[in-house]
Design a protein around this ligand. Structure first.
Ligand code: UDP
Ligand code: MG
Length: 317
């Protein structure tokens, strides 16, 4: 069997402190896999500079000049982790047989790549990296992450539990993935939709080697929301269900009110009236917001804007 060409794809945003530390580790792992005859020596490490404001791109250029195993592409501006990763995967697809996407901050255990490649050799086209524990997380992060996965599954989106974006995807899958043209991308929820044989590999998630996370609570909430609204329309159905329930309750209230009218109890009930108005108007506003979120998505999708623009490459196109 021909040895597969592997591309390690890693998005980087303001990672000047991190890259000089992790790039050699990626290279070490690639050498190891090549020496063990698991992958071809045409394999490469592709960094995607996601519009960094620091020296990240300069570092990527230096790396690629000093070592042919490093390659880089530069996006024309910051597009966020998901789009940057997508750019890297699409760039790598025609040149390789398999890709492994991994954050460049050293949090994902690089040594799990071997098991991923082996799983590919045994016939899986997608191999999900799944965290085997969440000990390095704060209680808050652990709790919110777990609840989020449950919520996503409840909404009917198929996501692999405790899997982020550390995964092996073959170019066969990526070719099919090209037809998923949405601009609101949530990769971990989209790959299961492509199908093909898949499996999981457990790995340890560590602390960042340097620098700090680019995902504060606000961005995390954003990604969480993005995940739900790009994969499921259940929230809208939920609103419909709520509407029906409230309509039934209102019907009962109407009967109650009419009876009250004939019995002469018409002055009482100011408090309940105010509560109903407050309750109903807040429900209506929330519902409008949720529906608006989907309309906003439709608006963005109909524009068909490019998901990313590559401004520079360290190699010839
Ligand atoms: N990243 C990116 N664009 C962004 C934000 C982050 O390419 O706008 C990259 C970042 O360089 C890192 C990965 O995405 O390689 C994950 O980001 P981070 O480590 O900040 O998130 P966390 O691991 O804390 O969720
Ligand atoms: Mg990180």
């Amino acid at each position: 069997m021909n040895k597969p060409v592997l591309y390690i794809v890693s998005p980087c945003y303001n990672e000047e402190k991190v890259l000089p530390l992790t790039a050699p580790l990626f290279k070490e792992e690639l050498d190891l896999l090549i020496n063990e005859n698991l992958i071809s020596d045409q394999s490469r490490i592709l960094f995607v500079n996601d519009g960094s404001k620091d020296k990240t791109w300069e570092i990527i250029e230096e790396l690629s000049e000093s070592d042919e195993y490093f390659e880089g592409i530069c996006l024309s501006r910051n597009r966020g982790h998901q789009n940057a990763l997508l750019a890297g995967l699409e760039e790598a697809c025609p040149r390789c047989d398999i890709t492994i996407s991994i954050d460049c901050d050293g949090q994902d255990d690089i040594s799990a790549m071997k098991a991923m490649v082996q799983a590919y050799n045994e016939g899986s086209e997608i191999v999900y990296g799944v965290r085997n524990s969440r000990e390095t997380d704060t209680f808050f992060k652990r709790f919110t992450a777990r609840s989020y996965y449950k919520l996503l599954n409840f909404m009917g989106a198929e996501v692999v539990y405790d899997h982020a974006d550390y995964r092996l995807v073959s170019s066969k899958v990526l070719k099919e993935f090209k037809d998923f043209k949405e601009v609101n991308v949530f990769l971990r929820g989209m790959f299961p939709l492509v199908g093909f044989k898949s499996t999981s590999v457990l790995y340890d998630r560590k602390e960042r080697v340097a620098g700090s996370s680019h995902y504060p609570l606000s961005k995390m909430l954003n990604l969480a929301f993005q995940g739900i609204t790009s994969l499921s329309i259940k929230p809208i159905r939920f609103i419909t269900g709520m509407g029906i329930t409230i309509a039934i309750l209102s019907f009962i209230m109407i009967i109650y009110t009419v009876i009250g009218y004939f019995l002469g109890n018409t002055i009482q009930g100011w408090a309940s009236m105010s509560i109903i108005i407050l309750f109903m108007s807040s429900i209506q506003l929330i519902s409008l917001g949720v529906i608006g979120e989907y309309i906003g998505k439709i608006y963005l999708e109909t524009k068909h804007r490019p998901r990313y623009i590559i401004s520079k490459r360290t190699f010839k196109d």
